[in-house]
Design a protein around this ligand. Structure first.
Ligand code: NAD
Length: 283
């Protein structure tokens, strides 16, 4: 069970959540299930979504796992057909699959004159395939599921899409140029799609989580022996509230944006849930 700050009524709604095997979206899946939605959990990681769906069902909710690749139209279409059969058409889409890749990450924050003599991955060494992987996963991995599932939202009322952006979208973080650019693209696309769908009643919004310690950023935040990296120290110093976020911190903003009543006139926004990170200049 998750700790809900308040409840919204999602009874009779079908929620499709990508990346639902991950830390953040497995939590969001449990959250919407507790509000009464039938939840379709999509992920490449079949075991992770099966375990999460089982937990939701054990707690009295309705959920099913679907193995699907957000970068593959055919795989998404297969999942869509199965979901149509199991739960009916999609009302809520949460685009949660995303992440970075070490091949698109520089070892150092700042370039130095003698970098060429060191055994490090510099900006000049970044692999195009790594950059492409990160852009595809975050941007195309948001666009393709939106195409697949929003098709069934046309003509219905009370439908919405929630994307997951990041602090990187506001100001890029050091070392991860591809992830920063890709999340900026996700925020931009959120606005674009909100305008595009505004006359057909589909709201499109995003949340931008601040810093959460999860699988995808584990190596950047923690040393192998479990001690915090220098980057963790910098993050906490730049987060006025002085701590990492927890998944429970995301619940309120998510439920607000998914609520037809509370957010009826809200589309195209991105809510930072960041302990003040995006407002702090560092001084
Ligand atoms: P996570 O790695 O725990 O979860 C991501 C999930 O996406 C995984 O279960 C993975 O199997 C799945 N996935 C990856 N590629 C896929 C594909 N092609 N098709 C289907 N599923 C795929 O990460 P998380 O921290 O829970 O992140 C969730 C979202 O939040 C991501 O978009 C991430 O970029 C974003 N985000 C995370 C943080 C953070 O601090 N953790 C901060 C801001 C934004």
């Amino acid at each position: 069970m998750t700790k809900l700050p308040f409840k919204i009524n999602l009874t009779n709604k079908t929620a499709v959540i990508t990346g639902a095997g991950g830390v953040i979206c497995s939590h969001l899946a449990k959250t919407v299930a507790e509000c009464g939605a039938k939840v379709a959990l999509l992920d490449l990681n079949e075991d992770a979504v099966r375990i999460c769906a089982e937990e939701i069902v054990k707690n009295g909710g309705t959920a099913k796992p679907y193995c699907a690749d957000v970068l593959n139209r055919e795989s998404l279409e297969n999942a869509r057909k199965r979901i149509l059969n199991d739960f009916g058409t999609c009302d809520i889409l949460i685009n949660g699959a995303g992440g970075n890749n070490p091949k698109a990450t520089t070892d150092n924050e700042y370039a130095s004159y003698d970098d060429a003599e060191k055994d490090i991955k510099t900006f000049f060494d970044l692999d195009a395939s790594g950059v492409e992987f990160v852009f595809n996963l975050n941007f195309l991995g948001t666009l393709l599921p939106s195409q697949t599932f929003a098709k069934d939202m046309v003509g219905k009322s009370g439908c919405c899409i929630l994307n997951i952006s990041s602090m990187n979208a506001y100001t890029p973080l050091t070392k991860i140029p591809a992830y920063s650019g890709a999340k900026a693209a996700v925020s931009n696309f959120t606005q674009w799609l909100a305008v595009h769908f505004s006359r057909i009643g589909i709201r499109v919004n995003a949340i931008a989580p601040g810093f959460f310690s999860t699988k995808q950023n584990q190596n950047l935040l923690w040393n192998a022996d479990g001690t915090p990296t220098a980057r963790t120290g910098k993050i906490l110093a730049a987060t006025p509230m002085g701590r990492f976020g927890t998944v429970d911190d995301l619940t309120g903003a998510t439920l607000f944006l998914l609520s037809d009543e509370a957010a009826a006139f809200v589309t195209g926004i991105c809510i930072p849930v960041d302990g003040g990170f995006s407002s702090y200049s560092g001084v």
